[in-house]
Design a protein around this ligand. Structure first.
Ligand SMILES: Nc1ncnc2c1ncn2[C@@H]1O[C@H](COP(=O)(O)OP(=O)(O)OP(=O)(O)O)[C@@H](O)[C@H]1O
Length: 240
């Protein structure tokens, strides 16, 4: 199991809890994380990325707990995270921004620089490597964000709504890139883009308020759709 949540409690503010006791083994391979607005998808990814620390319980990747002494840097080198809202760093080109992300993850400057171009090529942005990020479109900037998570060869890639706000053409391109990333390691993608889940993902985790309603193969979601359990998930067309 790539990422495991054991009895996790978390609230962004004192007195409010997104999770009171989350138990979840995220399936291996490509997993879509779906659920209604505000159910905690971004929070779950933030916990998986070790950007958020559970108030109780633990999150681990193959047994590695990021908050155990001395583990944090190693954990973050293994787990890449693309949060919502990638911002261009002032004055930096796409390659510089991606290389900087690699350096922050502990790569040498030379390795980060070399790998940054490969990561940009993996997201089909090689030709724009020397363009300033501030001049890129929203979809292109999202791909820079994706390259930032790939630059250090993470074994698990977490993407928070990577296709939100993209036009259908860019969305389709993104799906292809996501499918290729899934071939190299584990991938967990929070998404409202639920059309055609079976084409892009192996498994689905359906989150409800403070609980996991389903975790398993995409095909198993069909039965839930029949029970109306998917009502209220924006964009969910019913068919998977
Ligand atoms: N920084 C924050 N401070 C306080 N509350 C927060 C913060 N971030 C999220 N929340 C609250 O935590 C809950 C879960 O939010 P989260 O963003 O994880 O849900 P989500 O499923 O990703 O939502 P969406 O589908 O709308 O992106 C919501 O009630 C939200 O209002």
């Amino acid at each position: 199991m790539p990422i495991s949540f054991q009895g996790c409690a978390f609230g962004h503010r004192r007195g409010s809890r997104v999770f009171t006791r989350l138990d979840l083994d995220v399936p291996a391979g490509r997993t879509a994380l779906i659920g209604p607005n505000g159910c905690g998808k971004s929070t779950l990814l933030g916990l998986a990325a070790s950007a958020l620390r559970p108030g109780a319980g633990r999150v681990s990747y193959e047994g590695l707990d990021p908050f155990r002494r001395g583990n944090l840097a190693r954990y973050r080198a293994l787990v890449g995270w693309m949060p919502q809202g990638i911002r261009p760093l002032p004055g930096l080109t796409a390659r510089e921004q991606v290389g900087y992300a690699g350096w922050l993850k502990g790569m040498s400057r030379a390795d980060a620089w070399r790998r940054s171009l490969e990561a940009l090529e993996a997201v089909e942005l090689g030709p724009l490597a020397d363009t300033r990020c501030s001049e890129l479109s929203g979809g292109q900037l999202r791909r820079v964000g994706l390259a930032q998570t790939l630059v250090h060869d993470a074994e698990v890639v977490l993407l928070d709504e990577p296709t939100a706000g993209l036009d259908p053409e860019q969305r389709e391109k993104f799906r292809g890139i996501v499918a290729r990333i899934g071939e190299r390691g584990h991938l967990i993608v929070a998404t409202h883009d639920t059309a055609d889940l079976a084409r892009t993902y192996d498994s689905v985790v359906l989150l409800g308020r403070d609980r996991v309603r389903y975790a398993g193969p995409v095909a198993g979601l069909g039965a839930l759709a029949g029970l109306g359990a998917l009502a209220g998930i924006p964009g969910f067309a019913g068919e998977v």
